[in-house]
Design a protein. Structure first.
Length: 634
C-alpha cells in the first residue's frame, strides 16, 4: 500500500471512530438531554465530517473558482452541506449524522477505488517489469556490468543464470532454459543453445549464456514493448470518452433537477420545504457518476492487462473496443499463418544448367533482403556468400529481387517479376512457392520452396470461428495453387492470391466497404509491406517476434509470440471487457434512477442511507466487477 493511501486510510478510520462514538451518544439520547442539545449535536457531527471531507470541500471550491465546478466533489459538497443545513428548518428532522455519513462513506469508496486502481496497475506493471538494469560485458578480460544502452550491435554479453536477457541476440556459447512467460505468457521454458535467438526480457534460468547482441537496446524487444505499453493509456475507447463527456453534461443537469425538486414541489404541489429539500439532497447524493467514471476505464485497463499476460499487446483501449466488434479477420500468409522458414524442395533447370550455380546466383541476389523467402534461400545455400560480388541490389515488393552478381544481372522472383522484364518462364506442377531465376535476360530455371504451416494455424482459424468471427480471408502474394492448398488445409473461408502489396490494401478496402455498418475488419500481418494494410484495417494485428518494425509500429495489437491462435483469445478478452463495461453502465444507472425516482417527494421512500448505498455501494460493486477483467483463462 502506498504512503498516500495509508494516510488516507488512517484519516477515514479516525473519522469513522469519532462518528461511531457520536452516533452512540445520539441514540442514547445524550444530546437531547443537554441544553442547546441540537446545536451541540450539530457542532459534534461537523468534526468527523470535516476530518473526512475537508479535501472534497476544498476541491469543490477550487472547481467553482476555476470555472469547472461540475464534478462529484460539488455534488458531495452541496448534498452534505444541505443535510447539515436542514437544522435550520425547525419542523424537519435534523440530518447531521447522515451528512457526515455521506462524506465518510464517500471517502471509504474513494479509498477502495484507489486501492483497486493501484492493484490493477501494479499487476500490469509487474507483468511489464521486464526492463533489465544492466548487461555483463567483457572489458579488458574482466566481466563488468554496464548500462544496456552502452552495448553495441555485435558485442558479446554474458548472461548468468537468474539474470534477465538485456538485449536481443544470438547465443554464441552455452546452453540454458529461458523463462519467456513475461513476454508471451507461455509457462513452458524454452531450451536455447548455440545459434538460437534470444529475446530481451526473458529470464535465463539454468545455464550461463554468451550472446552476441543483434540489436541495440533501444531497438530490442524490451524497449519496444515498454514504449507500446506506455503509450497505450493515451488511446481512449469511445465508451471511455463517452463516460467522461457524459459526466460533464450530466452533473449540471442533476444539480438543476435537484434545485427544481426543492423549489417546485413546495410551490406547486404544497409539499413541505424540509421534505422537498431532503428529496433534492438524496437525489444529489445518488446521482454521483463515480461508479462509471472509475469502473469503465478500470475495466479497459484490466482487459489490456489480461491480454498482456498472454503476450498480446493492445496499444489502447479503443483497439480493445474495436476488437470486440470484429467479425471478419483477414490474414497475410507468409510469416503469419506459416512459419516463413522455407525449405528448398527442388531446383528445376535444363540439364545444360549447373543447379549449384543457379542456387548460388539466387542466394547472392537475395543476400540483402529481409524477406522470409530471402532468408530461407540464403540459409539453405551450402556455399559461402561473397558480398564483394554483389552490387545494385533492388527489391520489388511482392515480386522479388534484382541484383548484379559477378557483373551478371540476376533476377529472382515470381512470374510477375519475369513478366515485367519480358522473360518467359516454365510452369511448374509442384505445389510450392516458385522462385524463377533469370541471368542477363535469359531464363535459367526455378527453385521450388515450401513453407511450414504454424502449429496452431488451423486451431487459430477454428478458434476464430468459435469466437463468432463470421468470415476469414487469406490475402497472399503467392501463387494461386499454394494459396488454395493452404486455405483448404487450414479451413480459411476465402483466399485471394497473387496480390501485390497495393492490391492487399484494395482488398481490405473492399472488405471494409462490404462491412459498412456490420462488424469490424481485422488484418493480421508481419511484413514491411503489410504496414499500409495494417493501418487501413479497423484493427491491425502484427506478429511481434518475427514481424518487421514497420508492421509492429503500424499495428494496433501485437502478438509477442507470433501465435495466430492468440487472436481468438484477444477477441474473447475484448468481448468480456466490453460485456463487463456494459453490465456496469446498466447496473449503475439502473440502481441510481430507481433511487432517484423513489426520492421524489410524491413517493418519498428513499432515505439518505439508501442514497449512500446508491453512490458508494454501487461504486464498490462496479469496481469489483471491473476487476474481473484482469483475470484470464488460459
Ligand atoms: P505474402 O503475401 O504471402 O506474405 P509477399 O507479398 O511478401 O507474400 O510476397 C509475394 C510473392 O512475391 C512471394 O510469394 C514471392 O513469389 C515474391 N517475392 C517477394 N519477395 C521476394 C524475394 N525477396 N525473393 C523472391 N521472391 C519474392
Ligand atoms: Mg508476409
Amino acid at each position: 500500500m502506498s504512503k498516500k493511501l495509508k494516510k488516507r486510510l488512517r484519516r477515514v478510520i479516525v473519522a469513522l471512530a469519532v462518528f461511531a462514538v457520536l452516533e452512540v451518544l445520539k441514540v442514547a439520547g445524550v444530546f437531547d438531554a443537554l441544553p442547546y442539545g441540537l446545536w451541540i449535536e450539530f457542532a459534534a457531527f461537523l468534526v468527523p465530517y470535516l476530518i473526512a471531507g475537508h479535501d472534497v470541500l476544498a476541491k469543490a471550491w477550487h472547481g467553482i473558482t476555476h470555472k469547472q465546478p461540475f464534478d462529484e466533489n460539488l455534488l458531495m459538497s452541496i448534498a452534505t452541506i444541505g443535510a447539515f443545513a436542514l437544522v435550520f428548518f425547525p419542523e424537519a428532522e435534523p440530518h447531521m449524522a447522515e451528512g457526515a455519513a455521506v462524506m465518510l462513506f464517500y471517502q471509504v469508496g474513494e479509498l477502495f477505488e484507489s486501492y483497486a486502481v493501484g492493484k490493477t496497475r501494479k499487476s500490469i506493471s509487474a507483468m511489464m517489469d521486464i526492463a533489465p538494469d544492466y548487461a555483463n560485458v567483457m572489458r579488458d578480460g574482466e566481466l563488468v556490468q554496464v548500462d544496456p544502452y552502452e552495448v553495441a550491435v555485435g558485442d558479446e554479453i554474458v548472461i548468468k543464470p537468474g539474470e534477465r536477457v538485456p538485449l536481443d541476440g544470438v547465443v554464441t556459447s552455452g546452453r540454458s532454459q529461458l523463462d519467456t512467460s513475461a513476454l508471451t505468457g507461455e509457462s513452458v521454458p524454452r531450451v536455447v543453445e548455440e545459434g538460437a535467438k534470444v529475446t530481451s526480457g526473458c529470464v535465463n534460468m539454468t545455464g550461463m549464456l554468451t550472446v552476441r547482441a543483434t540489436a541495440a537496446f533501444e531497438n530490442s524487444t524490451v524497449s519496444r514493448i515498454l514504449e507500446l505499453v506506455e503509450n497505450a493509456s493515451e488511446k481512449k475507447a469511445r465508451t471511455e470518452n463517452f463516460i467522461s463527456r457524459f459526466a460533464r453534461v450530466y452533473t449540471p443537469i442533476v444539480v438543476g433537477l435537484a434545485a427544481l425538486i426543492a423549489v417546485i414541489s413546495p410551490l406547486a404541489f404544497g409539499y413541505s420545504w424540509s421534505l422537498s429539500v431532503q428529496s433534492a439532497l438524496i437525489f444529489l447524493v445518488v446521482s454521483c457518476p463515480c461508479a462509471l467514471v472509475i469502473s469503465v476505464p478500470l475495466s479497459f485497463f484490466g482487459g489490456i492487462g489480461a491480454a498482456s499476460r498472454l503476450g498480446i499487446l493492445v496499444k489502447g483501449s479503443s483497439y480493445l473496443e474495436a476488437l470486440a466488434q470484429v467479425d471478419t479477420v483477414a490474414f497475410d500468409k507468409t510469416g503469419t499463418l506459416t512459419n516463413g522458414t522455407f525449405g528448398v524442395v527442388g531446383v528445376h533447370a535444363p540439364d545444360s544448367v549447373d543447379k549449384d550455380l543457379l542456387l548460388s546466383y539466387a542466394a547472392h541476389a537475395e543476400a540483402y533482403s529481409d524477406h522470409p523467402i530471402a532468408l530461407s534461400v540464403v540459409s539453405s545455400y551450402s556455399g559461402t556468400i561473397d558480398r564483394d560480388k554483389i552490387e545494385e541490389v533492388e527489391e520489388f515488393s511482392g515480386r522479388g529481387v534484382a541484383a548484379r552478381v559477378d557483373s551478371h544481372r540476376v533476377l529472382v522472383g515470381n512470374d510477375k517479376l519475369m513478366d515485367a522484364e519480358s522473360i518467359s518462364v516454365h510452369d511448374c506442377q509442384l505445389v510450392g512457392t516458385i522462385l524463377h531465376v533469370a541471368v542477363d535476360g535469359e531464363y535459367l530455371g526455378h527453385i521450388i520452396i515450401a513453407d511450414m504451416m504454424k502449429d496452431d494455424a488451423a486451431a487459430a482459424i477454428e478458434g476464430l470461428h468459435k469466437a463468432g468471427v463470421r468470415r476469414t480471408v487469406m490475402l497472399t502474394g503467392d501463387r494461386e495453387e499454394v494459396a488454395a492448398a493452404v486455405a483448404s488445409e487450414l479451413g480459411v473461408d476465402e483466399y485471394r492470391a497473387q496480390l501485390l502489396p497495393q492490391d492487399k490494401v484494395a482488398e481490405i478496402e473492399a472488405l471494409l466497404e462490404s462491412h459498412e455498418g456490420l462488424g469490424k475488419v481485422a488484418f493480421v500481418g508481419d511484413g514491411i509491406n503489410d504496414a499500409p494494410v495494417l493501418m487501413r484495417a479497423d484493427v491491425g494485428i502484427a506478429m511481434g517476434g518475427m514481424g518487421s518494425d514497420a508492421a509492429i509500429e503500424a499495428a494496433d495489437i501485437v502478438l509477442m509470440d507470433d501465435k495466430p491462435s492468440n487472436i481468438a483469445r484477444a477477441i474473447r478478452i475484448a468481448r468480456k471487457t466490453l460485456r463487463i463495461v456494459k453490465q456496469n453502465i446498466v447496473f449503475a444507472l439502473g440502481v441510481k434512477i430507481v433511487i432517484m425516482i423513489l426520492a421524489l417527494p410524491m413517493i418519498g421512500i428513499s432515505t439518505m442511507w439508501l442514497a449512500v448505498f446508491g453512490d458508494v455501494g454501487v461504486s464498490v460493486i462496479a469496481i469489483l466487477n471491473a476487476m474481473r477483467c484482469l483475470r484470464v483463462k488460459r
